[in-house]
Design a protein around this ligand. Sequence first.
Ligand code: ADP
Ligand code: MG
Length: 698
Amino acid sequence: MRDDPLQTPLQFLKGVGPRKAADLEKAGLRTVEDLLVCFPRRYEDRSRFQPIASLRPGATAAILGTIISCGVASTRRPGFSLFTALVQDESGQVKVVWPNQKFLKDVLKPHQRVVLFGRTEYWGSRGLQLTAPEYEVLQDDGEGEPLHTGRIVPIYERTGSVTPNVHRTLTHRALETLTAPLPDVVPATLASRHGWPDRRTAFRQTHFPDPETAIEALNTAATAAQRRIIFEDFFVYQTGLALRRRENAAVRKPHVVRVDDALRQRVRDVLPFKLTAGQREAVREIVADMQRAWPMQRLLQGDVGSGKTVVAFLAAMVALENGFQVAVMAPTELLAEQHLHTFQRWLFGTRFRVGLLVGRQGDGARRRLTEEIAAGEVQLVIGTHALVQEAVRFRALALTVVDEQHRFGVLQRGLLAEKGLHPDVLLMTATPIPRTLALTACGDMDVSVMRDRPPGRQPVQTLVRPESRRDEIYGLIRAAVAAGRQVYVVYPIIESSEKTDLKAATTMAAHLTESVFPELTVALLHGRLKADEKEDVMARFAAGRIDVLVSTTVIEVGVDVPNATVMVVEHAERFGLAQLHQLRGRIGRGAHASTCVLLYAAPWSEESRARLTAVADSEDGFALAEQDLALRGPGDLFGTRQSGVPWLRAGDPVRDADLLGLAHDEARRLVDAGEVPPALEAHVRRVWHQQFGLVTVG
Ligand code: ADP
Ligand code: MG
C-alpha cells in the first residue's frame, strides 16, 4: 500500500506549519490516518443551542452568543485572577467566569461570536453564571461547510497549539484529500454482517456525523461507523499477534520432552498433595505443550493461593526426568529463596540438584554455581533477574518458569527466552488479567486459568477502618497472638517518598515493640535489609518465633506462612486494588479463620473508598481485576502508561470488549487457516513497525 493516501504526512495539509506539525507529532499524529483514527473526546450537538434565557443552575449547556464585554476582573486574593465576559443571544445575557486564565484576554474580544459549553451555577448576588466553560470562537474560515456550529460537532483533545477548533478543521481537510475509495483490510463478510460502512464513509461519519445520528450513540462509540474503525484497530494488532504466534510455532526447539507411564509414575511419587481440578487441567495443558516441537508460550493465571507453584514444579519434573534443565525466575530474592526451600523439599531424595542465583551472592559461590549449571550438574536453577543479567549458560535448558510475571518487563522475559535457545516458557501471574486485556497484551500466548483453590481454605474477613480505631485493632492482634497465631502489619513505601516512608515503618515497629506490645515479639522486614538479615527474619517468622511482622510490601508476592491469620494494612488508601488483594493473599492460607484490616487515614477520596470497599466485598481476584480495570483504565495495569498503550488508538478494550474478542477470533481463524490476504499481511507488518515500534512481527 505504497500509494495509500492515508499515509500522507500531516505537514502536507494546508494550515500545518512546522509548529503545528511538531505539536501533532507530540500527540502521536503524523499521518492523515493518525488524524482520522484519533477519535473526538466527545460530541456536542450544536444544531440546538440553548437560549440563554432558559439556562437553569446546575445544568450543563451549550450556548451560542456574542461577547458584549470582557476583561480581567480584579480580585482581592493575591495570585488569583478572574477573566469575565458578558455574553448575549436573542433571548438574554449571561455572565461567564474563568478563574486563573488571564491569557484569555488575548483570545476573547468583544463582538466575537462564541460557542460556550459548561456548567451554570448561582454565584451569590451576582446571579446565574457560566463557570469555566469550554469556549470556541467562531470564525468564517471560508471552507463552505460550517464545521464548528449548526451541526453535531466533534470535540478533540487539545494538543499544544492544536486547539479543538484547529483539529476539527484539519480533520475535515484530511477527509477532503481522500477522493478515491480507500484500501480496506476488514474482511468484507464481517463488514456486511455488521452493517459497517466502507472505510472512507466510516471516517467521515465518525468525525462529521449525519444530523440524525444519536448523540448518545456517538458519545459511547456505538455507531456502525465508529465500531468499524475500532474493529480495524484491534484487528490489525490481533493479526500481528496471531502471525507472531504462527512464527513461533515454526521454531523447532532443541529439547522436546517425552512422557510415558514410567515417567508419570515417577512424577506422581514426588507429588506433595492431591491436585485440585484446576491444577490438574493446567498441568495437562502445559505438559501437552512441552511435548510439541515448538516452544510453549503459556500464561498461567491463578489467584493468590491457588497453588501455582506445584503446577510449575510438576512441569519442571517432566523436564528434569527427561534429562533437561529448568530455570525459575522470581521477582524478589525473598520469593526466590522461598521457592528454593519448597523445591528442595519436594525434590528431596531425587537425583536432581537445585541452585539459587541471586544478585548478592559472593563471586566465588556464583562462579562455582554457573560452572555447575554449564556442566548440567545443577538441573534446576532458581533466581531473580540476576538469572537474565548474568552470563549464565545452560547445558540443556528446556523450561523457563517466570513467577509473578507482571513484575517483570516484557524485555526481561524475552531475554531469558533467548538464552536457552527457545525453551518452553511458562509465565505465572497472580494478578488475574481480565480476558479483554489478556487478549491485547498476551494475544500471542496460550492461557491456562485456575479458578479453584486448594481445599481447606478459610475465607478471609476484610474490615475497612479509619486509623482512629487503631486501639480496637490492637485488641484484635493481641487476641490472635494469644490464640497462637501470627500477624502482619504492612506499610506502604512509595518510591517518591521512600525515605520518609521507611522511617514511618521503622518508627512504627519501634512503637509497637516498646509501647503497644511489650509482651510480644515484633520484627521489622523491608527491602533495604541485607539478604541474610531478610532471610533470617523470614525464617524466624515462618518458624513461629515472631508474633508480629512489621513489613513493607516485600512480603507482597508469594510468601507462605499458614499460621499468620491477621494482616493490618496501614495507609491502605495508598495501595492499588490489585496490590491489596495480593497482600491479603498472604493470610487465609491455613486452617484458621483470618482477618484483614485495611486502615485508612481520613479523609479519603471517593476513589480510595471505592477501592477499599471493593477489596472488602470480594475475594475473587478475577472480579477485582475487572473492577481495577474499570477504576484505573487499561494503561496502568501493564505499566504501559508512559509508553502509551500502542494498540489503543480508537479502541478501548473495556468499552469495546466485544469487538476485541471478535478481532482476536477472526485474526486467529485467518492465520490458522492460512487465509490472511497478502494486502492485510503487508499492512500489518508495516503498522507493527511504524505504530508499535516493533521491528518484526515474528
Ligand atoms: P500461589 O498460586 O499464590 O503461588 P502457592 O503455590 O504458594 O500459591 O500455594 C499456596 C499454598 O497452597 C501452599 O502452601 C501450597 O503448598 C498449598 N497447596 C497448593 N496446592 C495444594 C493442593 N492441591 N492441596 C493442598 N495444598 C495445596
Ligand atoms: Mg506464588
